[in-house]
Design a binder for this molecule. Sequence first.
Ligand SMILES: [Ca+2]
Ligand SMILES: [Ca+2]
Ligand SMILES: [Ca+2]
Length: 252
Amino acid sequence: MRKTFDLLFLLVLLLPFPIFFVHAQTSLPTLDGVVKKGEWSGAYQYTIPLTNSENLNLSIIYTSKWIYFLALIPHNKPGDVIRLDPSGLHDYFGIEFDRNGDHKIHGTKQSPDDMVLVNYFRTESQDFYTHSFKVFNDTANGGIENTMGTVGVLNGTLVFEFAKQMNSGDTKGYDIALHSGDSYAVMFGFWDDQPTHSPNVVLNKPIGGDYFLTFTVGSFRDTSSNLLGFILSGIIVVLTAGILVYFKKFRK
Ligand SMILES: [Ca+2]
Ligand SMILES: [Ca+2]
Ligand SMILES: [Ca+2]
């Protein structure tokens, strides 16, 4: 009987390690343009055919405050520029959010669409809005920057890691407001050595003539609740260990 208690005691003491491992698995990605092992595990994953016959591999993680995106795009053909290019012709990756719900490319002046662009030159994500086939930077137009992230390169694949606030409240930047369970329509665009207003843009393939793909806000992965779970697990471990010690002494 005593041996059983000793074994149980040891098991309880070792409990924090698997709990810590699970906690590490559910932490949020570091938006540095480098995909580390397991960093995006458990994300919602999509393979999205592009108009240039390549696939965009997309991963999405939701928290109550932010949506995290990982977009992987093959970019290793002759003529591709996969380096910082200060010449003025940059490579951009962009997501347009159909903020006005019309499923049309670019919004109208009265009701623009929301957009996130990541370009090589700045190597950071930027909050935009779009109408009349032009893009407008939120911060240059009285709005707020509500994105974070960057781009990296791995063996000819472009790695875009960025996040956008779920509901920034930025009306001047025309940010889409997303909540738990909402559906939202997005379009993916990629400009290769072209300015952002260039018509020669690679897009996701349209489905039934509609360039916008519809996603639904999935379950939240919040670090605060993970941390709370971690602390609660720790308390349970300490309490269980205490009970076992008590019984072990009681048995003597
Ligand atoms: Ca990363
Ligand atoms: Ca904004
Ligand atoms: Ca915006």
